[in-house]
Write a protein that binds this ligand. Sequence first.
Ligand SMILES: [Ca+2]
Ligand SMILES: [Ca+2]
Length: 206
Amino acid sequence: MPGRVIVDKERLMKRTSQAGFSLIEVIITFSILAVATTALGLVELSNARRTQYLKQKDIAFARGQAVLERVLRIPFGTPGATAPTPAQLDLLFGSDDDARAVTLTMLQQHDVNDDGTVDQQPWSFKLQGVEEKGVWTVHVDSDLDGNGKIEPTITQDGLSIETREGRADILRVEVRRDGKTVLKTLRARTPQEQDDTSAPLGGGEG
Ligand SMILES: [Ca+2]
Ligand SMILES: [Ca+2]
């Protein structure tokens, strides 16, 4: 019957067009696959870079932690202590010996001109025995929140709030690498250290 022929023709056309579309689909699929494979390669590459970055970050953190622990082990010391000598700093940052001749107050950076901001530069050091391009600094001051200003009291909603900044019995210790904070903490003078106004342990200032 003529009707049937038409239907068959339509089916045939449909099938042909489907076959044609399938071919295009195949080409597109291959193209997408090719793009996807390239993208996957890029992801893998960036993953490798990311891993490398995270690894370096971990190493920096571990090193920063070692420095911070070392600084926290030294005695608190007395207010207005003299600055450490280069030899003492070398011992503190670069040696395996415990540098107990140095105190925290010796490392403190002060607000010399009394305008509320710390003027003295932080202690800069290089890590020894490791390939490390970063510049490490240790900041010790009484700017406890590290906002650059020593504010013993702040006013909020008409209330005066004691910040404990600028006091002689608590200091901020911060370790930075290339200006970025790696670790920070506060160190208060312990009750034992309150009583101890004598010279630091290990004897004498160099
Ligand atoms: Ca100042
Ligand atoms: Ca502050």
